[in-house]
Design a protein around this ligand. Structure first.
Ligand SMILES: *Cc1c(COP(=O)(O)O)cnc(C)c1O
Length: 357
């Protein structure tokens, strides 16, 4: 059997969820959209359900998958509905719904609903993606209350630059939110992972941690709270071939690596068809047989090569960690010019195995 695997540590997932609550003293919706950032939404939800205050997903399709698996707790649709025809299903399955645009508000007003909705009313505090304009916010809140179809409203917004520690933009977004919500007697939610870890001054009754649950830092610099996270996914495989090359020999497609010394080359069963980034350059670290070794040559679809010259104990069959508890996904992502969010979401083909249940 091909040895490529993604090992998912559910104990680490619970540790990170608890950390989000401990750091904020708030209720936390575990963000498990996009199949829990590649970690498997149903398994992650089942592991967290006994203690989680609720979950958040991108769309009703993702929410129904959780309901079908027996998840009974609150599930928030982060983009609400995409067409009004989803509203009866949202009610039937007791889902919570973001309202981020005027057309959604109008659709709720026009829909006959069997029972009242829980709405998270989104304010655009400066990201300018979705969310109501501050001048329309109070009116939207009052219309929702008045239409008789909404039982509960949570006020929310989303940060554009919370991963930039100390960025003035986040302080400004908080100020816009505080002004817009004055006099509205409702719970609030602002914080994503970087804000949970790095913005204690952004208060709120609810937080929405995603990336941090999976144990990766959203910051591109060391940060004290992020260092307390435990990586959840270990992307692992084995060395399947070893060869010795003299100096001056190319390795892989395009000869993007040429040996400068006699080199012991190991080949690992892992490639971009598994989600390992093809953009990872020469020198990107992997752990092999307990030591760090550099990636060499271009990542191909099913295999990649590493330099084993300084890892004499590594042989065919040696275990390789592409990312996990020793080589952090954020480090690999940064080498590849992307972010851990994307390399997690890109995971495919490799079977997932769960531990710590
Ligand atoms: C995805 C998402 C989150 C989670 O963000 P992380 O940076 O992964 O913690 C929180 N809130 C909203 C609205 C989102 O879309």
């Amino acid at each position: 059997m091909r040895p490529a695997r993604a090992l998912i540590d559910l104990q680490a997932l619970r540790h990170n969820y608890r950390l989000a609550r401990e750091l904020t003293g708030a209720k936390a919706l575990a963000v498990i959209k996009a199949d829990a950032y590649g970690h498997g939404a149903v398994r992650c939800a089942l592991a967290l359900e006994p203690e989680a205050d609720g979950f958040a997903v991108a769309c009703i399709e993702e929410a129904l998958e959780l309901r079908a698996a027996g998840i009974r707790g609150p599930v928030l649709l982060l983009e609400g509905f995409f067409e009004a025809s989803e509203l009866p299903l949202i009610v039937e399955h007791d889902l919570w719904c973001v309202v981020h645009s005027a057309w959604q508000l109008e659709a709720i007003e026009k829909s006959p609903l069997a029972s009242p909705l829980t709405v998270w009313l989104k304010l655009d505090t400066g990201m300018h993606r979705v969310g109501l304009h501050p001048k329309d916010y109070r009116d939207a809140y009052e219309r929702l209350l008045a239409c008789g179809k909404v039982g509960r409203i949570v006020l929310m917004s989303h940060f554009a630059r919370a991963d930039e520690l100390g960025a003035q933009a986040t302080a400004e977004q908080i100020a816009v939110f505080e002004t817009a919500r004055q006099g509205l007697a409702a719970e609030c939610s602002l914080r994503n992972s970087p804000a949970v870890l790095g913005w204690p001054q952004a208060a709120g009754d609810w937080v929405r941690p995603g990336l941090m649950l999976y144990g990766a830092t959203p910051f591109d610099m060391p940060q004290a709270q992020a260092q307390r996270l435990q990586p959840v996914m270990t992307l692992q495989s084995r060395v399947i071939s070893v060869r010795e090359l003299p100096a001056g020999e190319p390795v892989g497609y395009g000869a993007t690596f040429v040996s400068t010394r006699p080199t012991r080359v190991g080949v690992v069963a892992m490639g971009y068809a598994d989600g390992y980034p093809r953009q990872a350059p020469n020198g990107t670290p992997v752990m092999v047989a307990g030591s760090r070794a550099p990636l060499i040559g271009r990542v191909s679809m099913d295999m990649l090569s590493i330099d084993l010259t300084d890892v004499p104990q590594a042989t065919v069959g040696s275990p390789v960690e592409l990312w996990g508890k020793q080589v952090h996904a954020a480090e690999v992502a940064s080498q590849a010019g992307t972010i851990p969010y994307q390399i997690f979401c890109n995971l495919k083909r490799v079977p997932r195995e769960y531990i710590g249940d």
